[in-house]
Design a protein around this ligand. Structure first.
Ligand code: PMP
Length: 310
């Protein structure tokens, strides 16, 4: 079988059982390995879903310029789609996200505008958003998908990521946890899982230095892609049962363990999610099944402490 183009190969990622990350009496953990998705992250799904919806709704034409504020992976996904579909794409991102992200966006032929992060990621992301909206107000060719507000982001995870997980786990999911960037993953997958089994326990996961839902101060942290220092409009705050906080150290150590013990090369937030899943595994105990996400690949983090020698 031959795909017409790379976009037809998006999705259908494996769900993989962990063997060395839990104790004898713990629940088992399955991870959705989005590192092997097209574009090497879960965000290719949402980028594609939002652009397809905009095309259907006639919001974009061949002349359209796609402009999006993002802390990284969404920008890589949009740049990839722009390359295939022929849209000029401009990505606005904080200068604190990894250098690899900028390089990848540029390699896909898109442009990058960097906004300085002076130590408060929330303020910086808001500035990225304001810049995108200002550009759109000045140029009618510009379309801003607005992932933090776009319900198609949630829909993609409800209809696609969530459905894949249910099929792969044979609908037997007792717990799910996810960090929150736009909140698309937790709101969409959470809805799909709760509909299949209302008793599924769902935890929102926050970085210690950006635990805004837990009422804490927002600063800088390493768990890039989550903890953007704002409460996203599309986040369904009714969908999760509890919130857990994960430190940068826990996230890094767990991501390193996933590579060295399980052969799963994931990014830092994959470590965040599995660190939270390990806590849930102790709580739910033997016989239960927990699913979480490894949102992207470790190869996006060579320039970060994920690859510091110990
Ligand atoms: N991890 C990484 C690496 C990401 O890029 C994102 C997307 N921002 C997330 C987690 C969180 O996903 P969501 O936006 O669906 O909340």
């Amino acid at each position: 079988m031959v795909y017409e183009n790379i976009l037809e190969a998006v999705g259908n990622t494996p769900l993989i059982r962990l063997h060395h990350m839990t104790g004898e009496e713990d629940a088992q953990i399955f991870v959705k390995f989005e590192a092997v998705n097209v574009g090497a992250s879960i965000k290719t799904r949402t980028a594609l879903g939002m652009i397809k919806a905009a095309e259907r709704e006639g919001k974009i034409t061949k002349e359209t310029i796609i402009v999006e504020p993002t802390s990284g992976n969404q920008g890589i996904g949009l740049a990839l789609i722009g390359a295939v579909r022929g849209y000029r794409t401009i990505i606005i991102m904080p200068d604190s996200v990894s250098e690899e992200r900028r390089k990848l966006v540029r390699q896909y032929g898109a442009e990058v505008r960097l906004i300085h992060d002076a130590g408060n990621i929330g303020e910086c992301i808001r500035e990225c958003m304001d810049t995108a909206l200002r550009m759109a107000a000045e140029d009618p060719r510009i379309f801003v998908p607005q992932q933090f507000e776009n319900q198609n982001n949630v829909r993609v995870h409800y209809e696609w990521t969530g459905k894949e997980i249910l099929e792969q786990a044979d609908c037997k999911v007792d717990g799910f946890c996810s960090g929150i960037g736009t909140g698309g993953t937790i709101s969409g997958v959470g809805k799909a899982l709760k509909e299949a089994n209302p008793k599924t326990l769902i935890w929102a996961v926050e970085p210690e230095q950006a635990a805004i839902l837990s009422g804490k101060e927002v600063g800088s942290h390493l768990q890039m892609g989550i903890g953007d220092g704002l409460v996203p409009k599309i986040l369904n705050q009714q969908i999760y049962d509890d919130i857990v906080i994960i430190t940068d150290e826990e996230a890094l150590k767990t991501a390193k363990d996933l590579a060295a013990k399980e052969g799963l090369m994931c990014g830092i937030t994959g470590g965040t999610n599995v660190a939270a899943a390990q806590k849930m595994a102790r709580k739910l105990g033997k016989g239960k099944t927990i699913v979480t996400i490894l949102p992207d690949t470790a190869e996006r983090y060579f320039s970060t402490p994920l690859f510091d020698e110990q």
